[in-house]
Design a protein around this ligand. Structure first.
Ligand code: DQA
Length: 140
């Protein structure tokens, strides 16, 4: 099975950005963790963009069986990303490093959660690993 991991705006800054919230790990390290977790049993592809339209385009063209999506701040604003997910109707797991529900109120609203298979929020890099575990379990 093929899983696409999409990271949205500012997630390329992990390791430098607000370390007390997002930790010290870089996105590259998180991606390496996922490749290890996949252990050749799943094919994991990665895409990061700071641009909403690029994320929409990637959702349209991917041939992955499932999507792990950390849309960053677009989670809370983007009807375009929501509509793209609805257009392709692939299973999506919404992930966040931080627990968005323990943060500012504007982060409590998500345009993705209600159309996602599930939401994993607050476990740092492990949020992505848990999501990948789910997809691999479905495939076994
Ligand atoms: C985030 C939470 C969002 O509210 C924020 O805008 C991000 C990162 C997270 O992974 O915790 O950029 O998605």
């Amino acid at each position: 099975m093929k899983v696409l991991v999409i990271n949205g705006p500012n997630l390329n800054m992990l390791g430098k950005r607000e370390k007390s919230i997002y930790g010290e790990m870089t996105l590259e390290t998180i991606n390496e963790m996922l490749v290890q977790k996949a252990d050749g049993k799943a094919l994991v592809e990665f895409f990061q963009s700071n641009h909403e339209g690029d994320i929409v385009g990637m959702i349209h063209r991917t041939d992955a069986d499932g999507i792990i999506l950390n849309a960053g701040a677009y989670t809370h604003t983007s009807i375009a990303i929501r509509d793209a997910l609805l257009a392709v109707s692939k299973p999506v797991i919404e992930v966040h490093l931080s627990n968005v529900f323990a943060r500012e109120e504007f982060r409590h609203k998500s345009y993705i959660s209600d159309i996602a298979k599930g939401v994993i929020s607050g476990f740092g890099a492990m949020s992505y690993v848990f999501a990948l575990e789910y997809f691999m379990e479905q495939d076994s």
